[in-house]
Design a protein around this ligand. Structure first.
Ligand code: FES
Length: 171
């Protein structure tokens, strides 16, 4: 009995859906190879990007500890000015300047200026003009920060460096 050799691929003669415009197998293989290379490259780029996004810290670290507050002449002698954004009180006495913290040492509320110094609205702590505790639950005095005059003539406060209470800077 004679057997017919088996053909690979669709039988064009018997398949009514076969197209004559179908790409050749070699072209199809090249296209699939290109497609998979493109996919691999794309996933590598995506992976690198997501790693970068993951590694880059998203945390914010709050306000910088050093900042300029203006020129000495912006604070005439006798000034006691609260700068709420920086949580400090700038004090000027003659040629001397200082920066006192307005963060209450009890639970961190912002203290306000009072006739006798500072008063905390949260639990009633009171401080004298130099920030020493005079009443209420605050456990310690308000901090004093380093003040310097920059070469550009601006006064800089560094909240990263505390100084002894009563330490004024000559401007
Ligand atoms: S936070 Fe100021 S007295 Fe409690």
């Amino acid at each position: 009995m004679e057997t017919q050799p088996r053909r690979k691929g669709p039988d064009v003669t018997t398949n009514p859906h076969a197209h004559s415009a179908e790409p050749e197998p070699q072209q199809r293989r090249s296209f699939l190879a290109w497609l998979s290379s493109f996919g691999l490259f794309g996933s590598a780029v995506l992976s690198a990007f997501s790693n970068f996004v993951f590694i880059k810290p998203r945390a914010t670290y709050g306000a910088p500890s050093r900042f300029n507050i203006g020129k000495p002449e912006d604070f005439p002698s006798g000034t006691r000015m609260a700068l709420e954004t920086h949580r400090i009180c700038v004090v000027r006495e003659g040629p001397k300047m200082a920066a006192i913290s307005t963060t209450c040492t009890h639970l961190g509320c912002i203290v306000g200026l009072s006739e006798t110094g500072f008063a905390c609205p949260c639990h009633g702590s009171r401080f004298d003009q130099d920030g020493n505790v005079t009443g209420g639950p605050a456990p310690e005095a308000l901090s004093w920060y380093k003040v310097t005059l920059k070469p550009n003539g601006e006064v800089e406060v560094d909240k990263g460096i505390e100084v002894k209470p009563g330490s004024y800077f000559d401007v």
